[in-house]
Design a protein around this ligand. Structure first.
Ligand code: B3K
Ligand code: ZN
Length: 880
């Protein structure tokens, strides 16, 4: 492991390399303990300076230039520089030895369940061989894999299989050629004992291509949904963007141990098994939805990321923000196709919920950075919600500003200019600008601003003239003198709840009911004609920009919009605002109570059967605690938790008959199918069980017990289990957990859920054991393993992230537990360790007592000598 102090890398320091690699031939003699990698590179000069090769933790056995040891070579801090004065082209050969079984970081070549896999983004390739391991070096790869046939019957790499055969001593080989030049981060290999699901499809231009999903033996019955998702993604990209699959063969491989979700390696995507495997008995509706979107995301990278890649890692959002936007649009289209426009709106709501829960706090904390950062120490720390989710919102604003056609024209121009290149975010925005003849210089500020901007709205009616002046004022936390271009979608609702056609001053007649205003100055006024006082504004419809919209609204106005806003996103948002203010007031009160008017507004939505169950579910789900804590002046997890408990119990008790009635009415008959309509019904029933069980309602608990034991699909089974665990019905919960464990103990992915639900458990009464004690015991469970990232995320991640009141315990035990886990993970898997380290980065937001306890732990960790750069960067920034 690297333990030195990592230097800070600055975006402004980017320089092209003097040498590039045109072709590389890799020969892997694979073995779990000692794999030999022979790397032959044809390098050519493209500027002045030495040839640079990067490496990390490698045993180097040989290095030659044109067949001889290099004459002038320096090798320091993982960087080899070879002076080659007078040369313009050389052949460099490097031989290295790597031990996949000892690779606990899961970066580079590593072992999982007896198979060998790679993960190279961002800088894992240098852990396999010495190479100019940067995205701006694009190379044609030929790869030969040689391994024992019995242990590793399947040998895969990028591109097309050109040769395979038997060798002596039970070994065999396969040779792969990737016709497209690519950066080293997209290299991949797999050598494992796997089974495969094949499907052939014909692309839009009439080429037949082979799609494959590789899984462990016994999991073939869980691969269909991933395959269907892949086919849908392929079609969607053809139809929406005119982008076709460029290879004859496209493979997805599921692996049990993986640091993140999945990886878009050219033609050979490697996936966390969690985002591949699904069947009704083991996967929930949410799992199905995630699989569809992650499969699509990686597939879409083939054009946005692989064919056109990033010049340097600062440009990460060029591929990630754009590809998240594309996968969001794809999922929305898929959902709408099956479930209508509400399903599309629910998807948008879910995406914004993620943004507000994960990205807003990040943007207000010590790791805040622009979607294109200016500096980093460990690039792996910058695969963030900001780069991904806020990055996607920035692309969405372009889509809104330019319209779908203008956006498509911009994409076409982008590919026509940059196919096969490694480029920057400026190149992308310039293509959008040129294709549309629109100046986007001001828009470009979104790439360098950090912190969530706020737009204040003030509405003034002139009753006599029947005009309404909407004054919008923007402020940004970093630089207030450089206003952003912010598209603000607005509507107005009349007294009976209908949307009003809008006429802006100067327009001859009224037009659409939702208008997108372009806010480009610090303050701007927009005058609407023909609007009566009392019309209710509905602002930032569809969440048209990643900002906080601040407007004074009474509870009554929020309740009105909850019931009538024609924009489903804003209807949901009105509910969120009402819930947020109510919960915060309760958290601040000595005798918290849920106001009656609130219950009535909630009741109205619950019983409005004209609304899809999926929509009612999101509208009636309380905001996440992470989001709520962010809204408190001083984050007080204990006070908030008390309010949350009273709120859930009250809504369960006061509306028990309604919940029970809907539960019965919404039962989904027949075989399980993944369909937004069915999923919505199941979700509303699950939500009902949560409120009922929280209130310890007899009938509700009984229903949950039955369903946890007998439901035919995991959505209902797990929904019921969660309702029991998240309730004062301690005994029923324990019985259900034990039964669940007996049924699914051998299924790693299902057990991840079992760990997660316990880690997130609230304490409903002082008699209940503390969640932390439970977690400590669970670390000894045979299904738990520190080497498996999914287990870390399930047990520890869920606790740190989703259970603030138990994590931020007043005695500091949660923080001590956190620090011990960081110590262990830092040594074993720094990427995962750094992610866990980030869970306490916003410690300054908490009460003074908690701050003191958190600071002690962070300072204690920073005294450790062997901190990885990843973990160190996070902790140092946290301490400021
Ligand atoms: N590009 C990968 C993420 C790699 C993370 C490296 N620490 C997955 C994705 O965004 O598609
Ligand atoms: Zn991605």
């Amino acid at each position: 492991m690297r333990t030195e102090h990592a230097p800070t890398i600055h975006r402004a320091d980017y320089r092209p390399l003097a040498w590039t690699v045109d072709t590389v031939e890799l020969y892997f003699s694979l073995d779990a303990e000692a794999s030999i990698v022979r790397n032959t590179m044809q390098c050519t000069r493209q500027g002045d300076g030495p040839l640079v090769l990067l490496h990390e933790g490698l045993m180097r056995e040989d290095l030659t230039v044109n067949g001889a040891p290099p004459k002038a070579m320096r090798d320091e801090d993982g960087r080899i520089e070879i002076d080659l004065d007078g040369e313009d082209a050389v052949e460099v050969v490097v031989v290295t030895r790597v031990n996949p079984s000892a690779n606990t970081e899961l970066s580079g070549l590593y072992q999982s369940a007896g198979g060998l896999f790679t993960q190279c983004e961002a800088e894992g390739f240098r852990r396999i061989t010495c190479f100019p391991d940067r995205p701006d070096v694009m190379t044609r790869f030929t790869v030969t894999l040689e391994a024992d046939r019995r242990d590793y019957p399947v040998l895969l790499s990028n591109g097309n299989l050109v040769e395979q055969g038997e060798l002596e001593a039970g070994r065999h080989y396969a040779k792969w050629e990737d016709p497209f030049p690519k950066p080293s981060y997209l290299f991949a290999l797999v050598a494992a004992d796997l089974v495969v699901l094949d499907r052939k499809v014909t692309t839009v231009s009439g080429r037949e291509v082979l799609l494959q999903v590789y899984v462990e033996a016994g999991n073939l019955d869980r691969a269909d949904h991933a395959m269907d998702s892949l086919v849908n993604a392929l079609r969607w990209d053809e139809e929406t963007f005119g982008l076709e699959l460029d290879l004859d063969r496209y493979m997805i491989v599921a692996v049990g141990d993986f640091n993140m979700g999945a990886m878009e390696n050219k033609g050979l995507n490697i996936f966390n098994a969690k985002y591949v495997l699904a069947k009704p008995e083991t996967a929930t509706d949410v799992d199905y939805e995630h699989i569809e979107s992650v499969v699509a995301h990686e597939y879409f990278h083939n054009w946005t990321g692989n064919r056109v890649t990033c010049r340097d890692w600062f440009q990460l959002t060029l591929k990630e923000g754009l590809t998240v936007f594309r996968d969001q649009q794809f999922s929305a289209d898929m959902l709408a196709r099956a479930g209508g426009e509400t399903a599309r709106a629910v998807k948008r709501i879910e995406d914004v919920r993620v943004l507000r829960t994960a990205q807003f706090p990040e943007d207000a904390g010590p790791m805040a950075h622009p979607i294109r950062p200016d500096a980093y120490q460990a690039i792996d720390n910058f695969y963030t919600a900001t780069v991904y989710e806020k990055g996607a919102e920035v692309i969405r604003m372009l889509h809104t500003i330019l319209g779908p056609e203008g956006f498509r024209n911009g994409m076409d121009l982008y590919f026509s200019y940059h196919d096969g290149q490694a480029v920057t975010c400026d190149d992308f925005v310039e293509a959008m600008s040129e294709a549309n003849g629109v100046d986007l210089d001001q828009f470009m500020r979104w790439y360098s601003q950090r912190g969530t901007p706020t737009v204040h709205a003030d509405v003034a009616f002139d009753g006599e003239a029947e005009t309404c002046t909407l004054t919008l004022t923007q402020s940004r936390p970093d630089k207030d003198d450089e206003p952003l271009q912010i598209p603000v979608a607005v509507g107005f609702i009349n007294a009976v709840g209908d949307d009003i056609p809008l006429r802006l001053q100067g327009e001859a007649e009224a037009g659409a009911t939702t208008r997108v205003l372009q806010l480009t100055e610090r303050q701007q006024q927009f005058v609407f004609e023909g609007l009566r006082p009392g019309s209710v504004p509905s602002l930032l419809r569809g969440f048209s920009a990643p900002v906080v919209m601040a407007i004074n609204e009474s509870d009554a106005q929020l309740a009105f919009r909850m019931a009538h806003d024609a924009d489903p996103f804003n209807r949901w948002d009105a509910a969120q605002r009402y819930m947020t203010r109510t919960l915060l007031a309760m958290a601040a009160s000595d005798a918290p109570e849920v106001p009656r008017a609130f219950i009535a507004a909630f009741d109205t939505v619950l019983n409005n059967i004209a609304l899809d169950p999926a929509f009612r579910t999101v509208a009636l789900t309380l905001p996440s605690e992470a989001y709520l804590l962010e809204q408190m002046d001083v984050a007080d997890p204990a006070a908030l938790r008390r309010a949350m408990i009273i709120m859930t119990q009250t809504l369960g008790r006061a509306l028990a008959d309604d919940w029970l009635g809907h539960d019965e009415a919404l039962a989904v008959p027949g075989e399980y199918r993944y369909h937004p309509g069915d999923a919505g019904s199941r979700a509303l029933r699950n939500l009902g069980l949560r409120y009922l069980c929280a209130a310890n309602d007899h009938q509700g608990v009984g229903l949950a017990e039955l369903r946890a034991a007998n439901a035919k699909n995991m959505s209902e089974r797990f929904g019921a289990l969660m309702a029991l665990v998240q309730s004062p019905a301690v005994e029923a919960a324990q019985l259900a957990l034990t039964a669940f464990e007996q049924t699914f103990g051998g299924d790693a992915l299902v057990m991840d859920k079992w760990f997660a639900v316990q880690a997130a458990a609230w304490r409903w009464s002082p008699e209940q054991p503390a969640t932390l004690e439970r977690i400590e015991a669970l670390t000894q469970h045979p299904a738990f393993s520190l080497g498996n990232p999914n287990k870390i995320y399930s047990l520890f991640g869920s606790f740190f992230r989703n259970n603030p009141a138990e994590f931020h315990r007043p005695d500091g035990a949660g923080y001590r537990f956190w620090a011990d886990r960081i110590r262990e993970l830092n040594a074993r898997n720094p990427q995962v360790g750094a992610r866990m380290a980030r869970m306490l980065e916003n410690w300054r937001r908490y009460t003074p007592e908690l701050q003191q306890l958190a600071r002690e732990q962070i300072e204690g960790l920073l005294k450790e000598e062997a901190l990885s750069p990843d973990v160190r960067e996070v902790l140092e920034k946290a301490l400021g």
